[in-house]
Design a protein around this ligand. Sequence first.
Ligand SMILES: [Zn+2]
Length: 326
Amino acid sequence: MKLYSNEENKRLISLLTSKGREPHSLVITGEPGSGRKTLARYFAASLMCDSKSGTPCGSCKSCRMLANNEHPDFITAVPNDNGSYTLDSIRQLVSDSVIKPNEGDLKVYLIPDLDRSGQTAAAVQNVLLKLVEEPPDHCIIIMTAAAKEIFLPTIISRVITLATEPCSRSDAEEWLTLQGRFQQEDIIRAAACCGGSFGRCIEFLEGSTLAPAFECAKDVVTAVLARDEYMILKAFFACEGKKQVLKEALGFLAQIMRGACLMRIGAKPEDCCWDRGAEMLSEKLSGTALERLYELMTDASQRLTLNCNQNLTVNTLTAQIYLALR
Ligand SMILES: [Zn+2]
């Protein structure tokens, strides 16, 4: 079982699982798409592997069942369509936990994306509290979320927390190639745009948000270079009615502006989604204008997060960009 990057996590997991000191409760944090579920599966594989070496061997029955998503003792909680968990489904999971494992001597429960559960996140943790406080010997529970702040103090004080470690663009390219269903040029484009986030790369290639957001960002940069207010507005209005696309486009634009700022002082940006765009901006605009544009993109993104009206945000932003270019 290959886990990219995460060298520190691998070292810690090996230490914890090879000496029989495994924690019964684990929290994994990281941005969506950063490999939280893969890290959870790796941790489970390290514990359940017949080799008991602290590193999954990849070839024993347990490792093979985990790799094929068919291990009967690795149980993943399934949320509703809106991402939240019903308390009944969590209560059922807790009562299932007393039943002995089917295969080896451990059962691992994964409750992913607990932060997406919104208002029920705290209630879910209250149901899980007893299991976290007094788990049966055979029971391990893993929860994932973007940040550990969403966990109750009573939970977080009883768990080990691991944060996913970033992967590189070349890791993402290698992994996407191994999936065997993408063209090489698309892989390179996705990895350039989304860096080492495997989940975002897949969204870029197959989803409906990141690819149009990137196109919008490129059109805005072209319009900025032409100093054409109408073109800027038109480029933003390609996202009309699609707030998430606009938000991602602003994220890409902030990256490009920051990249251009760095290029102006002779530094090379490491995480810019469009190097060529940043380069053209750095040649045509002053450092002050670029810094202002970066601020404007991050502020507008913040306003969308606060639920401000999308058309109003775009109109204001366009006027502000035009002013910054004068
Ligand atoms: Zn194994």
